[in-house]
Design a protein around this ligand. Sequence first.
Ligand code: FMN
Length: 156
Amino acid sequence: MLLFVNASSKRDGNTTAMAERLLEGTGYETLHLIDYAIHARGSSLPGDQWPRVWERMCAADVLVWGTPVYWHGMTGTLKTLIERMNDEPAERIAGTPLAFFFQGSGPGRAVTEVMHTTIERLTDLYRMPLLGIADGARGIPALRQRIVGPFFAENL
Ligand SMILES: Cc1cc2nc3c(=O)[nH]c(=O)nc-3n(C[C@H](O)[C@H](O)[C@H](O)COP(=O)(O)O)c2cc1C
């Protein structure tokens, strides 16, 4: 199962529209992070739903994370998700391929650099094969090839 993790504050915004262009025809499932209360790392408040998000990600065959650019970086929701991964055993998710894309109204070079650094370091640390990173709409066709080629060609 290919799981698209939507880090936008909108269910039907530009991020989900881009995911549809990227993944059309693959039968992907969507997890909207806004549907879960993912508490900050270190919080002991009740109602934390991070374990549900983690389990769904671990059950996926392929992960695609998509985020809008909010304040010159990924959304706080996605950043929190990454920080929460710190406390999980890396071997649970090792081997799961990850594709990543971001889009914004005009992200600058510094944004691109920090997005690449974060995702490249994360996938390296967790031993998740990095399928690629799409920097806005122009990167979508190439990333689509890298996702549907190896994993979903038979379904298209
Ligand atoms: C709180 C907030 C902060 C934003 N900050 C940036 C920014 O720093 N750089 C940028 O290029 N776009 C920024 N944007 C624009 C969004 O990235 C852009 O509208 C994006 O397409 C929204 O995707 P969505 O519809 O999935 O939420 C911001 C939007 C919001 C709501």
